[in-house]
Design a protein around this ligand. Sequence first.
Ligand SMILES: [Zn+2]
Length: 244
Amino acid sequence: MQNIFILPITFHLDNTELIIYPTLLKDAHELIMVDCGYPDSMPKLEHAMKKMGLSLNQLTKIVITHHDHDHMGALKEIKDRYPLVQILCSREEAPYITGQSKSLRLQQAEALQDTLPESEKEGGLMFQRFISSIQKVDSVTTVNSAEILPICGGIEILDTKGHMPGHISLYIKEQKVLIAGDALVVENGKLCMAMPQYLLNKRDAQDSIRNLQNYDIEKIICYHGGLYQSDIKNSLQEIVKSFT
Ligand SMILES: [Zn+2]
């Protein structure tokens, strides 16, 4: 992949090691990051970029696929340090990224709290406190579905709602690469629909995956699972078949 850089970032949550995959897109004029990790991940991003001969101070834009903590957790710290960086997201996600509206993930956790078994209630409250602590940014620039960003030969914004109502993915047409965010994940080497417990609208998520079949895709970068490039057409078909 030309001018597309995947940044594997490792985290430890309780006793589990998690790897997330923010992605960078570079051309002669811009350096764009797609999703930026958990809170406090700025040094890890910086370190991973340095290995590729890149630096956060070259960054021109950050695209946030949706407002989950693992995707926008470090946004405020990066924006504070590099104020010229422009933040892009969908219109639906904007109020949650700026804090005008209460996080949908927090609302979901609050609604589930009473249904949790006694032994999980404290964990549930901890999760709520964690989500509440995610720092918001003052302003964002919204992008529309089907809009083409004039970078890397043209990047199409795809509406991939479902995981969250304003979730977007990016399609780099020239290279037939999809940056899927959480619309798809790779689990044990297999392409799948993202974790069902985090889906805010299952039907939308299914329609989003169906719609991806209309695109000529050779590689998919999943935020959870990384690069997937084996027979995309059949892999998507398998997922869609499982809906019925
Ligand atoms: Zn995620």
